[in-house]
Design a protein around this ligand. Structure first.
Ligand code: ADP
Ligand code: MG
Length: 236
């Protein structure tokens, strides 16, 4: 569905992406893991077309994304930090997005309901806590029923109950056969969701493996422990 081939991106002297190749297929829930600054967000932004790679290419359903922007309507994106017009209310932001996407039917407003966001529709964006802002971002990512969900640190700032709500939502969309890419520092949160792991370091993909293989190879059941073991071995 999404294929990156030899993607390079440099910011000044810094190689943010160093010859990255990856295949991401429908029905997978891929955890994008790696230390701060390893290039996770840059890779996501390249897939979204928000960052243009220096060399290499990315295809979405076999079409080079450089030549056709329409693929973006099939992606729901939850940014690491959502930025919204300060003076607009939650309700206004949501209806503005419906206007921009020109879609008012077949909307998925389940998360608005489960987060209880309707009660806050009149609150202005600038007055929101980080967690509530995250909830708005999550609602927008799922609202247009996209085939692909790209979630950058989706649970950062969310309280435990909302985190669970969001995880349930991610799981139910996964069951529908969508592709989900998710980054998180909290590996324990990914345990029940993930089918594959891409581990990045210094702009390179260290490994891309199904979770079963990772567990078999390491003898660990928990993602955090399995990753620690793989990384430990590589350093020896
Ligand atoms: P991660 O999401 O894994 O924490 P990023 O992809 O955000 O990492 O960043 C990778 C590296 O690229 C970091 O060193 C970061 O400082 C740098 N970087 C990212 N975006 C820019 C930019 N627009 N200009 C300059 N450097 C950037
Ligand atoms: Mg990031």
């Amino acid at each position: 569905m999404i294929i990156a081939t030899n993607v390079n991106k440099q910011f000044g002297k810094l190689k943010a992406l160093d010859n990255v190749s990856a295949r991401c297929n429908k029905g997978e829930c891929i955890a994008l893991i790696g230390p701060n600054g390893s290039g996770k967000t840059t890779l996501i932004k390249c897939i979204l077309g928000m960052v243009v790679c220096d060399s290499g290419f990315i295809t979405f359903n076999d079409k080079n994304i450089l030549h056709d922007w329409t693929y973006r309507s099939q992606i729901g994106y939850m940014p690491q930090i959502g930025r919204y017009p300060d003076n607009m209310t939650i309700g206004q932001v949501l209806s503005m997005m419906k206007d921009i996407r020109k879609q008012n039917k077949g909307l998925d407003e389940e998360l608005i309901e489960s987060f209880g966001l309707q009660q806050m529709f009149d609150k202005r964006m600038r007055t929101l806590s980080g967690g509530t802002r995250q909830k708005v971002s999550a609602c927008l990512a799922f609202m247009f029923n996209p085939d692909v969900l790209i979630l950058d640190e989706p649970t950062a700032g969310l309280d435990p109950v909302s985190t669970e709500t969001l995880k349930e939502k991610i799981n139910s969309e996964k069951q529908k056969g969508k592709l989900i890419m998710i980054t998180s520092h909290i590996l324990s949160e990914l345990d029940e969701l993930v089918t594959q792991v891409i581990f990045m370091q210094d702009g390179k993909i260290c490994f891309h493996q199904p979770i079963e293989t990772l567990k078999e190879q390491t003898g660990e059941q928990k993602l955090s422990k399995a990753i620690a073991r793989v990384m430990g071995k590589q350093q020896l």
